[in-house]
Ligand binder design. Sequence first.
Ligand code: S3P
Length: 441
Amino acid sequence: MTSSKCGPLKGVANVPGDKSISHRSLILGAMSVGETRITGLLEGQDVLDTGKAMQAFGADVTNHGDGEWSVHGVGVGGFAEPEGVIDCGNSGTGVRLIMGTMATSPITATFTGDASLNGRPMGRITDPLALFGTQSYGRKGGRLPLTLVGAADPVPARYTVPMPSAQVKSAVLLAGLNAPGQTVVIEKEATRDHTERMLVGFGAELSVEEADEGRVITLTGQPELTPQTIIVPRDPSSAAFPVCAALIVEGSDVLVPNIGLNPTRAGLFTTLREMGADLTYENEREEGGEPVADLRAKFSPDMKGIAVPPARAASMIDEYPILSIVASFAEGKTYMAGVKELRVKESDRIDAMAVGLRANGVEIDETEDSWTVHGLGAGGVTGGGLCATHLDHRIAMSFMCLGMATQKPVRIDDGGAIATSFPIFEGLMGGLGAQMRRDNR
Ligand code: S3P
């Protein structure tokens, strides 16, 4: 795909439903007996793959059209053994949460994914699952394809998550659902808390305590979950793309309505405002227990580079690629530290962004767990580069946004991965005025 310099981006950007909440809605729907109704589900490939997996484990998942879905669940401990291999495609969240969910049932399942997912570390999941009595047989380094033999007589676990990861935390909690007694998960840094909020919503007994050792989450196992009606808020991680594009394209003014601003997810917007972005929250309110607002982003020619506090990393971990694009159009350096986890996402995101930005005339320094973008100011980036996306949706969309404001067009080698999280990206951005085209239709 190629993205070329465009006129002002203007209009309303209705971005899709939240990916994290969509996965969890399907999974917890499958763990309760009766019908869970979901409105606004993200119909990206990642979530569709999780829906298929829930069906393979015995739940009934139905698409009613227009983002309306229902799940007839089988209850905690009710998973059936799947007949085939569970293919989670590109989705780390999908496979890791599902592995946790089945780990304490007396069934065996084999998981695989695409080349990106099969290269990602799974030991971070299988290690804590072993505490419940789950056995795993994976490739070198615990990589997929991998077979899990669920614990027939699970014991509850107490586990301190060694890296900031909501996926690991969630996998352990979901495994704890079918273990008798109390499972305790401790996280040193707070990560997105959708699993905790949703477990409480479905009727599980779960408490959170802030202690010296970190956030201590205690779940009482083997509850009877009650089906829910879920309205999925729009995804702040998807909102990041039209918001950031508006900040760097001259004359832009874009409204992105109804965005979830859960503090465990909203770090990017705080950072952009510190940089001097013209980004305002309108109509701030609470919906379904989550803070929500309409975001208005306007072209911001006077942004300055900053040092992003490492303590904020977990709340914006998926947004560093698009932040590095905005930083390229700010004055001075933007320093991003404490971000080692970026190296094990759908791609090594520090490397993918550094190589692609250099190809477009931006200077980048990097260490194992930090990187610095040397900003060139508004309109200052030459562009003209071809960027490798490594099957990573956020890398692809970030470079498409770059091309909207560079002097020469920016190309990516493959836009296919965009459909995993933001299937309407091309149409939505085009509707605002972006100039993107597919090169080999
Ligand atoms: C997610 C957690 C994060 C994030 C991913 C979604 C989730 O991953 O990067 O896109 O829904 O729990 P980690 O848990 O690996 O940090």
